[in-house]
Design a protein around this ligand. Structure first.
Ligand code: LMR
Length: 347
């Protein structure tokens, strides 16, 4: 079921060059001789179509193609098959693709404030997410009104959920010290590096998502963190004996469009695309938790991975090791006011 897409990294890099070259003129001109106004949204992502992001992307395509006129089509490229973590943001900025939905951590170099979403234990449960990230909250403003993204020609159309992350490795992890001596793959976020350092001094290696399965299988890394849907759809559990249900962090996706492309659309089509993004976002919220539950059940049914559910006090020990320490460590990147407000709202 899983396609280990980036086993062919070299091929993909060549494809990237070729596609980048053909896409330089942007998406306009998809019609014969460039005479019509046909336009294509190339939407690239790194997960499988079955995941919360994959399904929301399909919903977006369905709504756009149904409501926004014959001239606009959406092509979805899942599984890092067109662009992967290492080159997709560049492709978005250059207009080689028009839309992406990378997780917040992938923006660390271009919009470091988005690491607010990577803060460990920002949410205690998935039910808390919509309220904390609503566009009119301080966290929401950091995402929707992010100036660094605007400067990079990136407009934010929504925030999609995957869910809360769990820890996996071949070692049972019931308390932070159990992570001592292990090396975890992280997304490229300093916050995540600091989080693991607080848990028994665990080591970290930033790595593209598409490479994680092979790296786990070959023992290049000992473990990783992800929601169940990502673990199961990449078959990571087949090479990890233990998962700890820590619910310790969030994977949220910043639904991003190339701003020049968006501006090139007529006002009616812009509204239509914005509405389709809203509809896909609502759909994503509806399905994400269930898809993660189903993925957890699949892992349990396969029977080769033990899932350890932490008691409240065990989870608290993981939390106490990083909150407020790691949050305060990033106050100057994320914003002291925002950190203070989030800390004040901590239960
Ligand atoms: C990861 O890199 O672990 C995730 O961000 C992948 C994804 O897009 O869910």
């Amino acid at each position: 079921m899983r396609i280990n897409q980036r086993a062919v990294v070299g091929t993909a890099a060549l494809m990237t060059l070729a596609l980048g070259a053909t896409a330089c003129g942007g998406a306009r001109g998809g019609g014969a001789d460039g005479g019509g106004d046909a336009q294509t949204i190339k939407f690239s992502h790194v997960v499988t179509p079955e995941t919360p992001k994959g399904q929301a992307a399909e919903k977006f395509k369905e709504v756009v193609e149904e409501n926004c006129g014959d001239q606009l089509t959406v092509e979805i490229y899942p599984n890092s098959e067109l662009y992967g973590d290492e080159d997709e943001l560049q492709a978005l900025q250059s207009g080689a693709v028009q839309m992406l939905a990378p997780s917040s951590a992938k923006f660390t170099t271009i919009a470091p404030q988005l690491q607010v979403l990577d803060l460990p234990f920002l949410f205690d449960s998935v039910e808390d997410i919509p309220e904390v990230v609503a566009p009119d909250t301080e966290v929401g403003k950091a995402i929707y009104e992010n100036e660094a993204l605007a400067k990079r020609n990136i407009k934010v159309l929504g925030l999609w959920d995957n869910g809360l992350k769990q820890l996996s490795s071949n070692t049972k992890m019931q308390e932070p010290s159990n992570l001592s001596g292990l090396r975890f793959r992280i997304q490229p976020s300093d916050v995540l590096r600091s989080q693991f350092a607080q848990w028994g001094g665990a080591e970290t290696t930033p790595m593209a998502f598409a490479e994680v399965y092979n790296a786990l299988q070959q023992g290049v890394i000992d473990g990783q963190e992800n929601p169940y849907s990502n673990i199961e759809s990449q078959n990571m559990h087949t090479v990890q004996k233990h998962i700890t249900e820590s619910d310790h962090g969030y994977i949220g996706y910043v639904l991003s469009v190339n701003n020049d492309f968006f501006d090139s659309l007529s006002p009616e089509v812009q509204d239509c695309v914005t509405n389709a993004a809203d509809e896909a976002s609502a759909y994503n919220r509806e399905i994400a938790a269930d898809l993660n539950e189903e993925a957890k059940q699949t892992i349990l049914d396969e029977g080769s991975t033990t899932i350890t559910e932490l008691s409240d006090s065990e989870r608290q020990a993981f939390k106490d090791a990083v909150v407020p320490k790691v949050w305060n460590q990033y106050a100057d990147v994320i914003g002291q006011d925002l950190i203070d407000e989030l800390l004040a709202n901590q239960k």
